[in-house]
Design a protein around this ligand. Structure first.
Ligand code: GDP
Length: 615
């Protein structure tokens, strides 16, 4: 926080029941790269939300590395602009269905949404989930077709696709009458028709004020819904949410109403903030309709209500989608443990996971029979993979067990989570992709030509069938496929998915792999490591060409006395080792194996390292 100035809010006039005219709360729904960040930057420039010194070099809603790498937005961020005397709060929505819990909570904050769509790519499946939730919640949409300046822009077709999508998602008649703006976010211009003259983005903001209703305010004692948690280095934990009823002052004592029947805890609001531009500014008070961040309330969790202690009335809790996949997170007890990462103890891992579960309602963490392992459940394999990647970047070391699908008994039928998988790829790879999907129990649906030789395939597939599939599809299509999945509900168990049929090649000792040993082992299977790489007993160094497991010596040196073999050394031809991504490794391992993840490396190992104990 760089700002110290305190804003005085509108005097807390007796709040009548009705809608506020001085505030709008909106969310932006956009597929990654369709231009959300650029648009928000342009709105900041237009409204002067940034001081001149605040160059927009670091883009405002920009995501961290990991989000870029995986092509998703993970955290919702809040910002605001002031336009024509109205505060427009802009809330970012997470782009992926695995963050379903986050999506629904974010939508509680707003009364309308901007659906931002690339004029060439059209609506992509990732936005489908969020849009469906927004339409179900009765939010008012405005459609923005961005990148109208692209040479391959096809705005009319894209509008038709958006229209079909709305119908498909069950939009109401009113929602179907969405206003449309065509923008070039980079240039900061907009039009009301695809070919019409350009003006600034002001007409879009006028439309927001006109179309999206101000927040409804109820008269009465305080009710604030905690929607998300954040952290500030100066004041500590912050709870961000929306006031639905009444007013809130800095210094006020509030009752924290939790989901269970536990006694309400009273706590004091030590600081109160609103977003202004990209900053948080302290304010003295807030009233119904405002989105604020509150410091000082320690015992609050997402979904809780902060209420007037004399009128402890809770708001309805937000339903969160249940986890679908679980995975064991264990301490790294391999011989290489602690060399690479700073956090290796079970205490550190437990703290980190507990923190994650507190922020991220879609994640559940359970203790197991051993203090060295935790069971972590989440909405989909991608969410768990993202958590592992984040922890690696924070210098954690972990060992991960094979992901398990969480089944349910629905009316006596064993059922499993299903996903709608959408693959956008060049036509010539359809055959290869179909071959990957079949054994994973995927059912091909719609195939839609996209022009320029690309097609969009829709596949219904069990959640467990997705593990490792993304990387496989990228390999098969030489990186040209765009893959998205959306949770689609539960279906009866789809039958066994054949796991790898081959056994593992396991190192029987510690040391370094030699080219000589690798050459000798190549006919036995496919190796995961190259010459010079460190190995330990129980480490999996390759996939055996047969179903059985084989203990091998990959550190063998050729005998120095054998001159003929020595000269032969120069002609050794080694196949490049197979390097697996985290997702591929998690898919590949069997129940008795683990993936060792450190900040710099993935290794595969047996759960039991000692060859004699494994036998
Ligand atoms: P986000 O992932 O949705 O936040 O997308 P960004 O705002 O980061 O934009 C992705 C890319 O599209 C960037 O390279 C932008 O410069 C570019 N971009 C954004 N808006 C426009 C536009 O209207 N026209 C063109 N040609 N490029 C744009």
């Amino acid at each position: 926080m760089t700002q110290t100035q305190t804003l005085t809010a509108t005097p807390p006039a007796p709040a009548p029941t009705g809608r506020r005219a001085d505030v709008r709360n909106i969310a932006i729904i956009a597929h990654v790269d369709h231009g959300k960040t650029t648009l928000v930057d342009a709105l900041f420039r237009l409204t002067g939300a940034l001081r001149p010194s605040q160059e927009v070099t670091e883009r405002v809603m920009d995501s961290n590395d990991l989000e870029r790498e995986r092509g998703i937005t993970i955290l919702a961020k809040n910002t605001s602009v002031t336009y024509a005397g109205v505060t427009i709060n802009i809330v970012d929505t997470p782009g992926h269905a695995d963050f379903g819990g986050e999506v629904e909570r974010t939508l509680e904050l707003v009364d309308g949404v901007l659906l931002l769509v690339d004029a060439s790519e059209g609506p992509l499946p990732q936005t489908r989930f969020v849009l469906r939730k927004a339409l179900e919640a009765g939010l008012v949409p405005i459609v923005v077709i961005n990148k109208i300046d692209r040479s391959d822009a096809r705005p009319e077709e894209v509008i038709d696709e958006v229209y079909d999508l709305f119908i498909d998602l069950g939009a109401s008649e009113q929602q179907l009458e969405f206003p449309v703006y065509y923008t070039n976010a980079r240039a900061g211009t907009s039009r009301t028709t695809a070919t019409g003259p350009d003006s600034s983005l002001a007409p879009l903001l006028d439309e927001v004020l006109r179309t999206i209703p101000g927040p409804e305010v109820a008269e009465g004692p305080l009710q604030f819904l905690a929607v998300t948690l954040d952290w500030d280095d100066f004041v500590g934990r912050l709870v961000i949410g929306r006031l639905f009823r009444g007013e809130l002052r800095r210094g006020q004592v509030v009752a924290v109403l939790r989901g269970d029947d536990s006694e309400a805890i009273e706590s004091k609001v030590t600081q109160l903030y609103r977003a202004r531009g990209i900053e948080r500014v302290p304010v003295e008070n807030a009233r119904a309709g405002d989105i604020v961040a509150i410091a000082g309330i320690e015992a609050v969790d997402i979904g809780d209500t902060l209420a007037d202690p004399d009128h402890p009335e809770a708001l309805p809790r937000i339903d969160i989608e249940e986890p679908t996949i679980s995975m064991q997170f264990r301490i790294n007890d391999s011989p290489t443990s602690g060399r690479d990462g700073r956090f290796v103890t079970s205490r550190k891992i437990r703290e980190r996971l507990t923190r994650e579960a507190a922020h991220n309602v879609a994640i559940r963490v359970r203790d197991t029979e051993t203090p060295d392992a935790f069971e972590v459940a989440g909405r989909g394999e991608l969410q768990l993979a993202v958590l592992v990647e984040t922890m690696r970047r924070e210098s954690f070391e972990l060992c991960l067990g094979k992901p398990q699908v969480l089944t349910r008994d629905i009316d006596g039928v064993l059922s499993e989570p299903m996903e709608l998988l959408v693959i956008d790829l060049p036509e010539e790879h359809i055959g290869a992709v179909a071959q990957s999907i079949g054994p994973r129990k995927g059912r091909m649906g719609h195939i839609e030509p996209m022009g320029s030789g690309r097609v969009r395939l829709e596949v219904r597939i069990p959640s467990r069938g997705l593990i490792g599939l993304r990387s496989e599809l990228l390999q098969e299509t030489r990186g040209t496929a765009i893959v998205h999945s959306i949770f689609e509900g539960w279906e009866p168990w789809q039958g066994e998915i054949t796991h790898r049929t081959n056994g593992a090649l396991v190192s029987d000792r510690a040391g370094r792999a030699t080219g000589y040993a690798i050459e000798g082992l190549q006919p036995r299977g496919e190796l995961f490591i190259g010459p010079g790489e460190e190995v330990y007993e129980g480490m999996v160094i390759g996939e055996h060409a047969r179903p059985s497991e084989l203990d091998v010596n990959i550190t063998r040196e050729k005998k120095a006395s054998n001159m003929r073999a020595a000269s032969k050394d120069e002609t050794i031809r080694l196949a490049p080792p197979r390097k697996m991504s985290l997702d591929q490794a998690l898919e590949w391992i069997a129940e008795d194996e683990l993936v060792e993840a450190t900040p710099t490396i993935f290794r595969i190992r047996k759960r039991i390292l000692s060859a004699s104990r494994r036998k």
